[in-house]
Design a binder for this molecule. Sequence first.
Ligand code: ADP
Ligand code: MG
Length: 382
Amino acid sequence: MKPALLPGATLGVMGGGQLGRMFIHAAQTMGYFTAVLDPDAASPAGRVSHHHIATDYLDPQGLAQLAGLCDAITTEFENVPAPALALLADSKPVSPAASAVAIAQDRAQEKAHFVRCGVPCAPYAVIDTPEQLAAVDEALLPGILKTTRLGYDGKGQARVATRAELASAWAAMKNVPCVLEKMLPLAAECSVIVARGADGQMVHLPIQRNLHRDGILAVTEVYAENMPAAQVNSALAAAKSIASGLQYVGVLCVEFFVLQDGSLVVNEIAPRPHNSGHASLDCCDVSQFELQVRTLAGLPLVQPRQHSPALMLNLLGDLWFVRSEQSTTPPWAEVLALPGAHLHLYGKATASKGRKMGHLTLTGPTVEAVRATALQAAALLG
Ligand code: ADP
Ligand code: MG
């Protein structure tokens, strides 16, 4: 085992969005120096990091500069080119590894990995060629056609009920490689965040129940009472088997569907902290970002403990336009007068509809108290 990188070392992150920003905050809190590579000169993480390299993700000079500054490097951005991570790994420790990120970036490879791990996922077919399209099993309809790469927040997807709709949806996606997934009867969605060290040790955050609106995460509830213990245990076992199967080092989010018969199927994975894990900043004694720092630095992993029930509301740019077509600031003072309200804004200069501007986590002594303040917050905001 390599010795841990102790505070005073420099940790780097590929990508400068809000996830990178919260990683930087956690690293700096623990006494690390930080570096961000992101082409946007005003990126949320770049603005708070000790160093910001504003080049393209594949720029050889930018990558060399990042490797020169840092003792270890991670990623916050799912679509960071895997070859950039592989290049960095020639000179510095990089986690998660490019090979694991490459699998998470490709829905077909991701599903093949679930099958290898023996974890159930939705029935699916890979559609790369017209022959594969023609051979699709009727039993997969109605289904959802998803591009294998670069989809997020419901983008790059089409719901199709018939073969004709499937064919025209694939044409509309310019015949890029896709997977067709059978539409499943969902009762709920949930996610689990695991952190795995280089020695194989794993810890996890409490299970999170997620509600989406228009394909974007809207609300996450983190209550122990949320799900039957058998479901929680099966989600944890599946998440751990997916992480071990990848020889994963870092923070991994595994998203699940809970079907109407109570069974769980895995939906997708994200090789980084995840929007659904943000409440851990305020309701657990170790956040997903501290776990990312610990796995990257090779520090001990201690099982996080949840100290409060919590509910997280995503704050989309739409909130800036609720009262008029003009951008106006939401009523933060009133929101912050609520007990147990924790406001996180990502430092994005301009709000636009659908843009993730921040999140609000509500904690309290009981689930009922948290739900009541969340309703008050939602009324103030919307
Ligand atoms: P994204 O990468 O955009 O998050 P997902 O594959 O997670 O894409 O799909 C977005 C949402 O669409 C899911 O959270 C779920 O609500 C719904 N969805 C996706 N696949 C299925 C499916 N096979 N059956 C039913 N609903 C689905
Ligand atoms: Mg998803």
